[in-house]
Design a protein around this ligand. Structure first.
Ligand SMILES: [Zn+2]
Length: 738
């Protein structure tokens, strides 16, 4: 393996490829200087090996005209706080009067007590807004002085895997000298801030030939007078580190070789399916988490290695990494060839306890008088020998990025251990970053959580009608959703349409981390237990478990021309409307039990369950059974899972149960006009209006009204309600439950 985790024989080509300049002068020539900075940033951010998601920053010092005086001024455009370089736009860049930022050195010098981590240093962060050029609301990052105090026009600060390997190597200073000569200068770890900016200013003054610096335990920063030159210098400096580490004579295999053999993919999935709901339940004790499983060869090689226990305990280094991965992952000492899943669970149980007490001890040992209170002490990365890594986060994209970061950390350790010995950041320094008041302020600025954040919802029947409309609604409320349908293509179409709207979340392209976004589309036949089980297994592997299940799928058996329902149609109505929801519930209950977290189930029934109608008795009878299924399951699943029903009256909008012929037949039945040349939509609309005027509210029954009710049932608003059926029918007195 090369340190960036590519097959050895592909190393040269692949290295050249990810570090190949993608700069196009024709494109750049059409851009203004700020657009060129954004262009450069997007190019650099496109590969996780160059910088991690949300990590690193770039800047340009650009001449402008002061809007008031008309005088020429120098403006520092620098990537602000938050956002990702890969997708950065102008809105991600702060713009500051450079001379005013430089003037802050005088303000800083007036503080009697200065230095890293002093109140004086943090006070400078509050000064940046006063130097804003052009009413730009973007918040400056704490890295701003790293860019301001380097005199060159363009500065890139990246977190490249290959360079962090040097930055975390025990003899990093010597390696830096050996690889770069005087081109790159070593600086010992220092928390990003004003002092580090001043240190870089000193380096540039003392070493006028230097093009960059390695920030110990952290990353790379380099500078140039041209923007293309700066971009290509960044690539070149990473390449030199990469090639050096790849060429390191490794007489011993990486990570001391294998301690256990990796398991095959079938066994791996079995282990994970059995383990994950339980594990998710444990780490979700205070707040629910969504999982990402990572089983790439490089990860499995690491977790199965001799050195994994030692290196896992050492922890991660780059501040960006450990803010997500926590100071260390949880490694479980398990031998898949010798021990079963029960043993794994027992070891994990003990491991989690130990992890939490270690974390509490770390907090107690390192806390300062004004430190924020201790945060959740569950691990966010769990390493299982032979199997891979499980990462947890508050959303799918969060856990996926955490997995990406630990992946990068594995690359870092591989490189550092090849060239020297890997060293993590000092624990007190790590603590001072993790519990930095500025970091706490950033967390406090996060938007409040939505009603279904952290929740996994399975929507069976998502290919059309209520089920399809429900997916967008759930995602908008924060849910992570599995869109399931008997018609797999329509399930995938629903999932893709929603994902295209909301995006797959941060950190997808270029990270190489496998796994889904906030929505997946899956095929399953809910009348077939094996198919349902396979579907739930896929969801478990994608997200770690399940919180809510909604069954919106239904079947309306069409009578023949004489108004009779064939036996097979009768059976099909019961299979889909009653047996299906039962099988789904029964299989999901295994997951709910293993998780031990409260959940809920909503089954869509129908007002027809209590309103007999000529010609639809197969449908009506099956829905009556579905109503009672709700009540039976509510009793059976209490107190863990609430079970409720939604009983819609005819929803025509987008329903697969109302094909054109059925709409025409109904219009004919009620003596309403039905010109066969009219569009299906217009015909449906007329029928819906007709139904509406028969209701107590006079309102047509829309998809949105169903979807809203279902989503509410899943939330805490209904935490005291189970076994209930709510009609969403515009008000039909004949359908009142008695
Ligand atoms: Zn950084």
């Amino acid at each position: 393996m090369t340190i960036t985790q590519l097959p050895k024989d592909a190393a040269r080509g692949a290295t050249d490829d990810y570090l190949r300049s993608r700069w196009d002068d024709d494109i750049a020539a059409r851009m203004d200087p700020v657009e060129r900075l954004i262009y450069r940033s997007n190019l650099l951010g496109a590969d996780a090996r160059i910088t991690n998601t949300g990590g690193g920053n770039t800047s340009s010092k650009i001449a402008a005209k002061d809007p008031i005086t008309g005088d020429p001024v120098r403006v520092l455009w620098v990537k602000g706080s938050g956002g990702d370089l890969r997708t950065a736009t102008r809105a991600n860049f702060a713009s500051l009067y450079l001379d005013q930022v430089l003037g802050l050195r005088d303000a800083y010098a007036r503080y009697p007590q200065r230095g890293a981590k002093t109140p004086a240093e943090d006070a400078m962060v509050d000064m940046y807004p006063y130097t804003t050029f052009g009413r730009n609301p973007t918040v400056s990052s704490i890295d701003t002085p790293l860019h301001a105090f380097v005199p060159n026009a363009h500065v890139d600060h990246m977190h490249p895997v290959a360079v962090i390997a040097l930055a975390t190597a025990e003899d990093g200073p010597r390696l830096t000298q050996e690889i770069y000569g005087g081109d790159v200068i070593w600086t010992a770890w220092q928390r990003p801030g004003f002092e580090l900016g001043l240190e870089l200013e000193r380096i540039v003054r003392d070493c006028p030939n230097a093009k960059g610096a390695i920030l110990g335990q952290h990353g790379l920063i380099n500078w140039a007078d041209g923007d293309r030159e700066c971009y290509e210098l960044t690539l070149d400096l990473i390449r030199r580190a990469h090639e050096f580490l790849d060429a390191c004579p490794n007489s011993a295999p990486d990570f001391g070789g294998a301690r256990v053999k990796p398991v095959d993919s079938a066994k791996r999935d079995r282990v994970l399916v059995e383990l994950l709901p339980w594990l998710r339940g444990k780490v979700s004790a205070e707040k629910r988490q969504i999982a990402t499983v990572e089983t790439r060869d490089e990860v499995v090689e690491f977790v199965s290695s001799v050195d994994a226990p030692r290196l896992a305990e050492v922890g991660t280094s780059c501040p960006d990494h450990f803010l997500r991965t926590k100071i260390k992952p949880l490694y479980v000492d398990w031998n898949p060839q010798r021990d079963g899943v029960d043993a794994l669970r027992a070891k994990l149980d003990a491991g989690l306890d130990k992890y939490r007490s270690d974390y509490a001890a770390y907090y107690a040992a390192c806390k300062r008088h004004d430190s924020p209170p201790i945060r959740l002490s569950w691990p966010s990365v769990i390493l299982i020998p032979g199997v891979g890594m499980v990462a947890f986060g508050k959303s799918k994209s969060e856990s996926r990025v955490t997995a990406e970061f630990y992946n990068a950390a594995i690359g870092v350790m591989r490189g550092a251990e090849r060239a020297s010995r890997y060293r993590a950041l000092d624990r007190q320094e790590a603590f001072d970053i993790e519990y930095w008041l500025l970091e706490e302020a950033k967390l406090k600025r996060m938007p409040p959580e939505r009603a279904l954040d952290r929740q996994v919802v399975v929507d069976v029947g998502a290919g059309s009608g209520i089920g399809r409309a429900l997916v967008s609604r759930l995602v908008a409320e924060g849910a992570t959703v599995a869109a399931v349908d008997r018609n797999g293509e329509s399930a995938i179409a629903t999932a893709s349409a929603v994902e295209a709207k909301v995006g797959a979340g941060i950190g997808v392209a270029g990270t190489g981390v496998s796994g889904a976004g906030p929505v997946i589309g899956l095929q399953a036949d809910m009348t077939d237990r094996d198919s349902v089980r396979a579907m739930l297994d896929s969801i478990t592997l994608a997200y770690g478990g399940v919180d809510h299940v909604v069954v919106t799928a239904g079947y309306y058996p069409n009578p023949n021309e004489q108004g009779e329902v064939a036996d097979a149609e009768w059976a099909k109505a019961f299979a889909i409307n009653v047996t299906g929801p039962y099988v789904v519930a029964d299989e999901a209950y295994r997951i709910w039990k293993a998780q031990g977290l409260n959940g809920s189930l909503v089954i869509t029934t129908s007002v027809n369950a209590v309103v007999p109608k000529a010609g639809s008795f197969a449908y009506d009878t099956s829905k009556a059974a579905a109503n009672h299924l709700v009540r039976e399951l509510a009793v059976a699943f209490a107190p863990l899972v609430r079970v409720n029903g939604i009983a819609p009256a005819t929803v025509l909008e987008g329903s697969s149960m109302f094909p054109r012929e059925r709409v025409l037949a109904s219009l004919a039945k009620y003596g309403l006009p039905h010109d066969t040349a009219e569009s299906t939509e217009a015909l449906r609309d007329r029928l819906a209006q007709f139904y509406a005027q028969r209701t107590l509210t006079g309102e047509p029954v829309t998809l949105e009204s169903q979807v809203q009710a279902i989503a509410l049932f899943l939330t805490d608003h209904f935490s005291k309600t189970t076994g209930a059926i709510i009609n969403i029918d515009g008000g039909l007195s004949a359908a009142f439950l008695r």
